[in-house]
Ligand binder design. Structure first.
Ligand code: GLC
Length: 379
């Protein structure tokens, strides 16, 4: 049985990880014949991504007020009132679209979706992309878990680790890894010889993604690979971090080997061009789509041993895991990997095998059956 009319609810139209993941999922559900659509709380570049995938998208009128994660109680209250009003405006839109389940894609859309779900009786599923842990949410994790527990009738988590950070009260849950569209993955090139190895780090430029840690590792290595940092500085304060990274590269004397590409529309091509893809987030990565994509493209991924990547990589079998926040150990791991061409070839073939399980079609099948179950159970 399939879901009939899921509506995915996103709060932002910035094309970052969670947004790209649900846009892809909605597109794939439509391929399966499920008429999924998207409602956003703000217009932006994601609308084009959705249009290209033939996913209908509408924007809730009015601007929801911005609530920063570090806001004080008054600002939070004001923000909550704004979100409540947005939820009331959303309700008739869901009814008009004949939605049978609404899927909240972020904490803000969970709140807005909860209000609309109450008013319409349309059940809500929380698709969880963030770890609801102290690291990310501090003390706010408690009210957020409670809201998720009360408002949602089902949960999709991007990894087993993410699922463990929420409270589901026995409602239907599924681990639904964000899938890779295998049709778009290029065939892998052979690994380059040690002296020509190229490394890529892909992800938005922001302190928690740990670009500075890789720069520090590079400065301690024997090998002198060229490295591309692929990703834009999209949000507040990230520009300053980019300037710091450029300065750090100069100070460490490695600036001529390091390139910052800015935002690219096709990061998969960048991954495929590299021999090694490093993913070294400072915080526990909830899933890490870059890791999945790079593996599917048969690249050797070196990742921090924490969160989502540990569910994809088996150390020295299909990739390499390094303790987090240890540039010295990252340097050692990269040096030994670069020197060993045969190992790189083996890891790359095994990574490609693992990547096949991460097919977007599989993710869509998992999401479809969970959504159908919730739509059916509640109504
Ligand atoms: C969020 C998470 C990231 C995950 C993505 C898709 O951006 O931080 O780890 O890959 O959502 O679920």
């Amino acid at each position: 049985m399939s879901a009939r009319r899921p509506v995915f609810l996103g709060h932002t139209a910035a094309p970052s990880g969670a947004e790209l993941a649900f846009a892809r999922l909605a597109g794939e559900l439509r391929h399966r014949g499920v008429p999924a659509s998207v409602v956003l709380l703000a217009p932006g570049p994601l609308t084009e991504v959705l249009a290209a995938a033939d996913v209908p998208v509408t924007v809730v009128p009015g601007r929801p007020s911005a609530v920063r994660r570090d806001a004080g109680p008054l600002a939070v209250l004001r923000g909550a009132i704004g979100l409540y009003r947005t939820g009331r405006r959303l309700a008739p839109m869901l009814l008009a679209q004949d939605a049978d389940v609404v899927v909240a894609e972020s904490t803000k859309s969970l709140f807005v979706g909860a209000v609309a779900s109450r008013r319409t009786g349309i059940p809500l599923v929380w698709q969880v992309h963030d770890r609801v842990s102290a690291e990310y949410f501090g003390r706010k994790r408690f009210p957020l878990r409670l809201l998720g527990r009360v408002a949602a009738s089902g949960y999709l988590a991007n990894s087993r680790g993410t699922l463990r950070t929420i409270s589901t009260g026995g409602s239907p849950t599924a681990v639904c890894h964000p899938g890779v569209d295998l049709a778009t993955v290029p065939a892998p090139e052979p690994q380059r010889a040690p002296k020509n190895v190229q490394i890529a780090m892909i992800g938005r430029i922001t302190p928690w993604k740990g670009q500075d840690l890789l720069l520090r590792a590079l400065a301690q290595m024997e090998a002198e690979p060229r490295v591309r940092f692929v990703g834009g500085a999209h949000f507040d304060g990230d520009d300053a971090y980019l300037a710091e990274l450029e300065e750090l590269a100069r100070r460490l004397g490695i600036a001529e080997r390091v390139t910052f590409t800015g935002h690219v529309t096709d990061p998969l091509t960048e991954a495929a061009d590299a021999d090694i893809v490093v993913h070294y987030s400072r915080l526990t990565e909830p899933f890490g789509q870059v890791v999945a994509e790079a593996m599917a493209a048969g690249r050797v991924v070196v990742a921090a041993r924490a969160g989502g990547p540990t569910e994809l990589i088996v150390d020295r079998e299909n990739g390499v895991l390094v303790p987090p926040r240890r540039p010295d150990l990252l340097a050692v791991a990269l040096d030994s990997l670069i020197a060993d061409w045969e190992l790189r070839e083996q890891l790359s073939a095994a990574a490609r095998d693992r990547g096949r399980d991460l097919d977007l079609k599989t993710s869509a099948a998992i999401a479809d059956s969970l959504l159908a179950r919730v739509a059916r159970d509640v109504r």
